[in-house]
Design a protein around this ligand. Structure first.
Ligand code: HEC
Length: 101
């Protein structure tokens, strides 16, 4: 029983490849299939930031302390409504690896 609870808890904390893929579908149009685009001539290339930096920026988007302008912030928060602060590392890893394919 303990084991089952533990596995369940881990599942909640880390974002699987399937969920990452699903979530990133909301970003492709602007940031590119491999996180390689400069969205609307202003965004960083997501896959080139490095996992740690990207994860930190995602966290700031989620908590609102990002430097993104208000319009972009609201839009990003809607797109990332299913992402939790605990999952940004796994999601950043997924995007960073897309850039290496
Ligand atoms: C409609 C186009 C669009 C979509 C869709 C979009 N973005 Fe962005 N994103 C931008 C633009 C434009 C910027 C740069 C905004 C600026 O310069 O203020 C940006 C910036 C960012 C940044 C950088 C923040 C920083 O601190 O520098 C991250 C991280 C990011 N987007 C992640 C995502 C993720 C993850 C998704 C999908 C869940 C997503 N974006 C969907 C257009 C988009």
């Amino acid at each position: 029983m303990k084991k089952i609870v533990l596995i369940f808890a881990l599942g909640l904390l880390s974002l699987g490849a399937v969920e990452s893929e699903k979530l990133y579908k909301h970003c492709v149009v602007c940031h590119g299939k491999q996180g390689e685009l400069v969205a609307i001539k202003s965004s960083p290339k997501l896959a080139s930031l490095g996992q740690a930096e990207l994860s930190a920026r995602l966290k700031k988007v989620l908590d609102g302390s990002t430097s993104l302008s208000q319009n972009y912030l609201a839009m990003h928060q809607v797109k990332m409504k299913n992402l939790t602060p605990q999952e940004t590392d796994a999601f950043a890893k997924y995007i960073t690896e897309l850039g290496q394919k």
